[in-house]
Design a protein around this ligand. Structure first.
Ligand SMILES: *Cc1c(COP(=O)(O)O)cnc(C)c1O
Length: 353
């Protein structure tokens, strides 16, 4: 006998990538940035600490939103802080979005294979999730924008995980315009891509962008993300969020981070150079490494079973992500670490395949 709601009882629960504590592993499994964040982050957090933590934080994280609005003004003419909502990581925003737009029994659309958390969020909400398969070349067919009874929201990670592939902004706009509901473009990895969909929020009231400081700003431990959309949507989402969903230290650190765009450019340059080497190395080993616009590389293998490779790597102290997508394929998703970390991983694989 269970006291809980039937949909929760039935839920397996989202399983994040392993986070072993302590420095035992070379960690290439959850797309963290291998480099420390900008020193401006530490300075800002120390200043916030000296101010003390006895007061509640600004519920709207206005200091961050002011800076972000300035930063994005060239792409979104007329943007103000009212276009931005901050969250405890972008996962918090994905939860807020699900709760704002999808009622019990209604429908969430997502691509497949993609970020597994979306489906879990729909199930917690008591809603249904409908997966539309990517084409073999990781493009999206018009099925993704088809109408369906009860369809209230669509999630599109761009770049996608696990593939690292990218849907061009004009195609994203076309999808949004056909959909009968808002489209969330999850840009968790976009700072590693060649372009982004930011300017679409000025052109379509249906597009909501989510971003995170976890990956490109090397702040996964801080928990800070944000959404950008037209103010009439942000206003509704504000009603759903927790009163103080970002803490004072996070607001300070996040504002310091986006103020240091020179750090972001230099970090991106390093990550992209290492990504190229990792992709070439995996291809040379016989994997079908997919050219990536993110800070990881999806590596299915045309012949070899890859789960034993994941296990042997782990036994040797290198953690990568093994993913199995029924009806699609399995593969290794390897994060871009430092040159040395990825070289260690490639070296071990050379002895295995
Ligand atoms: C990492 C990730 C996020 C969540 O990031 P937070 O750490 O919660 O900000 C969201 N979407 C995708 C596709 C991700 O990979």
């Amino acid at each position: 006998m269970s006291f809980v709601r039937p949909n929760i009882d039935a839920l397996a629960g989202y399983a994040p990538g392993e986070q072993p504590q302590g420095g035992k592993f070379i960690k290439l499994n959850t797309n963290e940035n291998p480099y420390p964040a900008s020193p401006a982050v530490t300075t800002a957090i120390e200043a916030a600490l000296r101010n003390g933590l006895q007061r509640y934080p600004d519920p709207m994280a206005t200091a961050f939103r002011l800076r972000a609005a300035q930063l994005f003004a060239p792409d979104v003419p007329g943007i103000t802080p009212d276009w931005i909502l901050c969250g405890n990581g972008s996962d918090d925003l994905l939860t807020i979005l699900t709760r704002t737009f999808i009622g019990e029994g209604e429908l969430l659309r997502l691509p497949y294979p993609s970020y597994i958390l979306y489906r879990t969020l729909a199930e917690i909400q008591g809603a249904r999730a409908e997966e539309v398969r990517f084409n073999a070349d990781w493009s999206l067919s018009d099925d993704f924008s088809a109408t369906a009874a009860g369809l209230k929201l669509a999630f599109l990670p761009n770049p996608n995980s696990p593939s690292g592939t990218y849907i061009a902004p004009e195609r994203v706009l076309e999808i949004a315009e056909r959909l009968p509901c808002p489209l969330v473009v999850d840009e968790a990895y976009v700072d590693f891509a060649a372009t982004n969909c930011l300017n679409l929020v000025g052109r379509s009231e249906k597009i909501i962008i989510t971003r995170t400081l976890s990956k490109s700003y090397a702040l996964a431990g801080l928990r800070f993300g944000f959404a950008i959309a037209q103010p009439q949507l942000i206003r509704e989402m504000i009603k759903v969020k927790d009163s103080y969903n970002v803490d004072a230290l996070s607001i300070a650190g996040a504002t310091g981070a986006i103020d240091d765009q020179a750090w972001l450019r230099e970090n991106r340059r390093k990550v992209l150079a290492t990504r190229d080497k990792l992709t070439a190395g995996m291809t040379a080993l016989g994997f079908n490494a997919v050219p990536s616009q993110a800070n990881f590389v999806w590596c299915p293998h045309p012949k070899l079973p890859v789960k034993p490779l994941y296990e042997q790597l782990k036994a040797s102290g290198v953690l990568v992500r093994y993913m199995n997508y029924p009806g699609w394929s399995d593969g290794l998703r390897i994060s871009v670490g430092t040159e040395d970390q990825n070289e260690a991983c490639l070296g071990l694989l050379r002895g295995m395949v």
